[in-house]
Design a protein around this ligand. Structure first.
Ligand SMILES: [Zn+2]
Length: 251
């Protein structure tokens, strides 16, 4: 996608991160710049997978790969379209963002959390709110349901083929902590943009009602249709976790 790193002409705080209201229509803040929200070519750039590491709860120093946000994608989560309406005051969506690209001390951790770091975005909403599939940027064809069942609480996993770097690449998307799965949704089903996936809930995250939305790029040479559905889809050998801002459509 195209980028214009122009500062907002009227920014009152030089050097500070801009607020969304400081950027003109059609742009979104990315630290000190307002980035134009223009759609790019049909063939998107392929974001590189990079190494990072963190200290797990066990004390083990774990190295992993992850795909950080491309520099030309807005940092502002509110610039993107999500499967549910904004659930935070001020029309914001994301209560907890992607942090696997950050240094170890800046990653999410807590006594009640099973994992260190966060490989998706958490979108709070009222229990029962409809979760609707979002067609990703540069996606070709419809998404396909790969899995429905327990994973991140009650979870739906879909496969999306995106044209990037001159060819089609598969991504898997997780919709986690669902209260329920849409009637009739089963592996093999095609889902269009806007199709119902399920309802927001707190399965696997008791009393924290939210949608965990996670994107992973399938490894080169892996045919995801031949991978046993479920946790295997998240194995390092199968997919690499990705900042969802690389593939979510802009508003
Ligand atoms: Zn989450």
């Amino acid at each position: 996608m195209a980028v214009a790193g122009t500062r907002a002409a009227s920014s009152p705080r030089p050097g500070a991160a801009l607020a969304r209201t400081e950027c003109p229509p059609g742009t979104a803040p990315d630290n000190e710049a307002c980035v134009h929200l223009t759609r790019g070519a049909d063939d998107g750039p392929l974001a590189p997978a990079l190494p990072n590491a963190h200290r797990e709860k066990s004390g083990r120093w774990a190295q992993y790969e992850q795909i950080p946000r491309l520099p030309d994608r807005p940092g502002d989560y509110d610039a993107y379209r999500y499967p549910i309406p904004p659930g935070l005051p001020g029309g914001h969506y994301v209560v907890s963002g992607y942090d696997l690209d950050r240094p170890d001390p800046d990653q999410r951790r807590g006594r009640t959390l099973s994992h260190v770091g966060h490989g998706g975005v958490d979108l709070p909403q009222t229990k029962g709110t409809a979760v609707k599939n979002v067609a990703l940027d540069h996606q070709e064809g419809e998404a396909e349901v790969l899995y429905t069942g327990p994973l991140f609480g009650t979870t739906v996993v879909t496969r999306h083929s995106l044209r990037e770097g001159g060819r089609l690449r598969d991504y898997v998307v997780l919709f986690g902590h669902l209260d329920s799965i849409a009637a009739g949704l089963a592996p093999g089903a095609a889902v269009k943009d806007g199709d119902l996936v399920g309802a927001v809930g707190d399965t696997g995250s008791p009393s924290l009602v939210h949608l965990h939305y996670e994107v992973r790029r399938v490894r080169e040479g892996v045919d995801v249709a031949k991978v046993p559905a479920g946790a295997q889809l998240l194995a390092d050998s199968v997919s690499v976790v990705c900042d969802p801002r690389n593939v979510l459509p802009l508003k």
